[in-house]
Design a protein around this ligand. Structure first.
Ligand code: FPP
Length: 248
């Protein structure tokens, strides 16, 4: 079992000045990575999972507060059953095999998305990982599982409407904070930096509300090729950006 880099006396890795508090990643390009090598797409996802581990470790070592990874979107159900099954298998394997190391490194796991639609064995793996790590104070690792921003906003809207209907909330009482509290990402800082690998330049329904003022980075590397060095380069680029949040 490999511990991540040594934490400081405060028990936390302190981030460098100007680092993003919350990084989001669209891990695209596994299929093309595999195709380029004449391999089945599922092996691309396996390579993607291996790369994901390295990225999580580095993000934690850098003291970044939150990392959100898009693993399975509400639109991914359109893929062939075999590929979906392989992704579920990888998810189970990941949570079983990695949970001890993640826990030891104080990573707190949260699934974002509507996981109730997953098969029971997938839900069990996710839920036990969340349960085990829920008190951890290190990296907040959010995994998008049957996640879509439009679906998230619809679910939040319904939850708020239900509270109004039941007299628990007034119309005037619906504030930005109330909405925030109903999102899957409740309690997390907004996304500062959103990275998409694989060369496409779109957000594909990932954290659309939370990334309102995020800096965007589109990387041509396929996800399994997205190295730690390349990630560090993008972070250095982020640090050099002038963020105005609509001001001057
Ligand atoms: C997009 O690549 C990637 C996905 C739909 C799945 C992401 C999954 C992983 C990185 C590994 C497994 C995750 C966990 C949590 C264990 P694509 O298939 O759309 O690639 P393409 O655009 O080249 O076809």
């Amino acid at each position: 079992m490999k511990p991540y880099a040594q934490a400081s006396n405060s028990g936390k890795n302190e981030p460098e000045q100007g680092m993003p508090r919350h990084v989001a990643m669209i891990m695209d390009g596994n299929g093309r990575w595999a195709k380029k090598r004449g391999l089945p797409r599922t092996l691309g996802h396996r390579a993607g999972m291996e790369r994901m581990k390295g990225i999580i470790r580095l993000t934690s070592d850098l003291g970044i507060e939150a990392l959100s990874l898009y693993a399975f979107s509400t639109e991914n159900w359109k893929r062939p059953e075999e590929e979906i099954g392989a992704l579920f298998g990888l998810l189970i394997e990941y949570f079983h095999r990695e949970i001890d190391e993640l826990h030891q490194n104080r990573v707190c796991i949260r699934a974002i998305g509507e996981t109730s639609l997953f098969p029971e064995n997938v839900r069990d793996a996710i839920n036990s990982a969340m349960q085990k790590t829920k008190e951890n104070t290190g990296l907040k690792l959010n995994v998008g599982l049957n996640y879509g921003a439009q679906d998230e906003l619809l679910r939040a809207t319904k939850a708020i409407a239900r509270d109004v209907q039941q007299g628990k909330l007034t119309l005037e009482g619906i504030t930005a904070q109330v909405l925030d509290d109903r999102l899957d990402t409740h309690g997390l800082p907004p996304v500062d930096f959103l990275i998409r690998t694989g060369g496409d330049r779109r957000l594909s329904n990932f954290l659309l509300y939370q990334a309102a003022y995020a800096e965007l980075e589109f990387v041509n590397d396929y996800w399994p090729d997205f190295s730690n060095e390349r990630y560090l380069e993008t972070l250095r680029d982020f640090q050099s950006r002038n963020r105005r949040f609509g001001g001057l």
